[in-house]
Design a protein around this ligand. Structure first.
Ligand code: PEP
Ligand code: NA
Ligand code: MN
Length: 588
């Protein structure tokens, strides 16, 4: 499939290490994929779902101990420990190669190694990059076929001589938790993953390459890999403005990416287009603006809570060609179900563990982190620019988190440097949905805490440098919080489609069409400038949502100072300047 010696030599070396019985090169053809689908049905890896109701859809169950990303088993292996920074687990690359080398030695005896060439980003784009994943999992092959541009075209993108591809090696091995490792060697463009069969740990194009390795590449090559959705907002004149947004897990990134505006907007002709729901690669274009592509080709979304009300576009995306992982299997009609899909759990069903399931039992049928892997082209609101090799020009960058009291509904950073500060202090409060204390603030700068492949201090420095290059063409930076609660703990802002009202103000600010008021933390809308038409929310309530409580913010500033202490002399002085400015503003 390729004459590229760099690829051929490396595959040969890995074959010698893993000793598979057979090596299969994935060309991306439907014929070959069908063979692999049939094989995975015969081995029990996949179950074929109802072809009438869910054409081309499959069900997979992972091992019970293998249902999520494992941050404590995820390593950044740089030669100098300092380069991984205080927020990553580190190991010496020599030590880790040797340790995992022993585990990979002969691990594929009796198995088949699949060689998966894939392209992150549109084929033909200067912003795209190629990876090759070697795996013994047919589940990985079939998921990569949805999540990436996979097959022959990726080798054509790479060319015959280039060495610029990410070398991914994965084996399910024994699904043994004690020996599970997700290891990144950013200085070698290499990822080694062993003893897991779960999405984020094994679909190496996604978090491992497109965020951890790519963030490191971006720092060295002058671009950015970010944990951001990308959406386009079309106005009644047909002009589309693009926004990226970064939120920690469980803040509704996929929902915002596929937002359906309220009727008062749709009847005027407003539309929202989805370019991406998880990852953005950003580069400065010939025009000096910041341009974004979504490196992925599909959505690896959380199933529970997805329904016709919360996110009809996501649900419709899963109606064909989708792989469901760890959801409920409805045996009556051979379809799937999960908590929050509808109020009719199937009576004759099997749960995510593969056991007969009684919906009355009080036990959840789908794993809370059960997933769908759906092709982006299924999405009713997928952007017409989805495959555009140039990407889309970004007007605004939005940060956000889940904060009950502190952060207002929306504010704008004073400038890029202040915006980098706003991103760096991103935080979310834990919810009752996860184990542990509720309401604990977790700092997650730019939502990159688990995904930055190098020192977070250097990452902020890179952001500051990008801002200098962009100058007055830089996108404007904002922070949003959909999750302010009243004294009874109820959400005040309706969220979902109504977030369009906040996006409209953001776009208007970028266009110089809306006013703002200065607060100690940045610019806020005049309450009158947020469109409340058709919404049962008073202007006074909105004013409350925009309120900045100085005492809470003084506490917040203390927490930030403590957090910043972790980064030592790699914390850019500009960030400390911003923190000092914030405190001075609060004490005015
Ligand atoms: C994953 O866990 O594989 C994943 C994509 O993570 P998240 O949903 O947090 O982005
Ligand atoms: Na996860
Ligand atoms: Mn994510």
């Amino acid at each position: 499939m390729t004459n590229n010696k760099n690829v051929l030599n490396w595959v040969e070396e890995m074959v010698a290490l893993c000793k598979p019985d057979k090596v299969v090169w994935i060309d991306g053809s439907e014929k070959q994929l069908d063979e692999i689908r049939n094989l995975s049905i015969s081995t029990g890896e996949m179950e074929k779902l109802n072809e009438e109701k869910l054409p081309g859809c499959y069900l997979h169950r992972t091992a019970e101990n293998d249902v999520a990303r494992v941050e404590h088993r995820t390593f950044i292996c740089t030669r100098d420990e300092k380069d991984a920074g205080p927020t990553n687990n580190w190991e010496d690359p020599k030590v880790m190669y040797e340790k995992l080398g022993k585990m990979f030695d002969g691990v594929m005896k009796g198995r088949t190694m699949y060689v998966i060439p894939y392209c992150m980003g549109p084929i033909g784009s200067k912003l795209s990059k190629v990876g090759v994943e070697l795996t013994d999992s047919t589940y990985v092959v079939l998921n990569m076929a949805i999540m990436t541009r996979m097959g022959q075209a990726a080798f054509e993108q790479l060319g015959e001589t280039s060495n610029d591809f990410v070398r991914g090696l994965h084996s399910k091995a024994d699904i043994d938790e004690e020996n599970r490792y997700i290891c990144h060697f950013p200085e070698d463009n290499t990822i080694w993953s062993i003893n897991s069969g779960y999405g984020g740990n094994v679909l190496l194009g996604k978090k491992c390459f497109a965020l951890r390795i790519a963030s490191f590449q971006g720092k060295n090559e002058g671009w950015m890999a970010e944990h951001m959705l990308i959406l386009g907002i079309e106005n009644p004149q047909g002009e589309v403005k693009y926004v990226t947004a970064a939120f920690p897990s469980a803040c509704g990134k996929t929902n915002l990416a596929m937002l359906i505006p309220p009727e008062v907007y749709t009847e005027k002709g407003y539309k929202v287009w989805t370019v991406g729901d998880d990852i953005a690669w950003l580069r400065i274009g010939d025009d000096g603006r910041l341009w974004a592509i979504n490196p992925e080709a599909g959505f690896f979304g959380v199933a529970p809570g997805t329904n016709m009300k919360s996110n009809p576009n996501a649900l419709k995306s899963t109606m064909q060609g989708t792989i469901f992982t760890n959801v409920v299997h409805n045996l009556d009609d051979n379809t799937v179900w999960w908590e929050g899909l509808d109020k009719n759990p199937p009576k004759n069903a099997v749960d995510w563990k593969g056991n007969k399931w009684d919906p009355e039992s009080g036990v959840k049928g789908a794993h809370p982190n059960s997933r769908f892997t759906a092709p982006a082209k299924n999405c009713p609101c997928v952007s017409p620019e989805f495959d555009n090799p140039k990407g889309v020009p970004i007007s605004a960058i939005v940060f956000g988190g889940r904060r009950a009291k502190t952060a207002p509904l929306v504010y704008q950073a004073r400038d890029w440097q202040n915006g980098v500060f706003v991103g760096s202090i991103m935080a979310s409060e834990t919810t009752a949905a996860a184990t542990g204390a509720v309401g604990v603030v977790r700092r997650d700068p730019m939502a990159m805490l688990p995904f930055c492949g190098y020192h977070m201090g250097d990452y902020w420095k890179h952001w500051l440098e990008m801002g200098k290059k962009l100058g007055d063409k830089a996108p404007k930076i904002f922070n949003v919080n959909w999750f302010r609660t009243d004294d009874e703990g109820h959400f005040i802002w309706p969220g979902f489609g109504d977030n369009m009202r906040v996006l409209e103000w953001i776009i208007n600010r970028c266009e110089g069409k809306a006013d703002a008021v200065e607060t100690p933390i940045g610019y806020e809308p005049k309450a009158e400038d947020i469109n409340l038409e058709g919404l049962d929310l008073s202007l006074d309530t909105l004013k409350g949502l925009l309120n900045v409580d100085k005492d809470l913010w003084k506490e917040e500033a203390k927490g930030i100072r403590e957090f910043y202490g972790k980064f030592g002399d790699r914390l850019p002085t500009e960030m400390m300047d911003e923190l000092n400015k914030l405190e001075a503003n609060l004490n005015k």
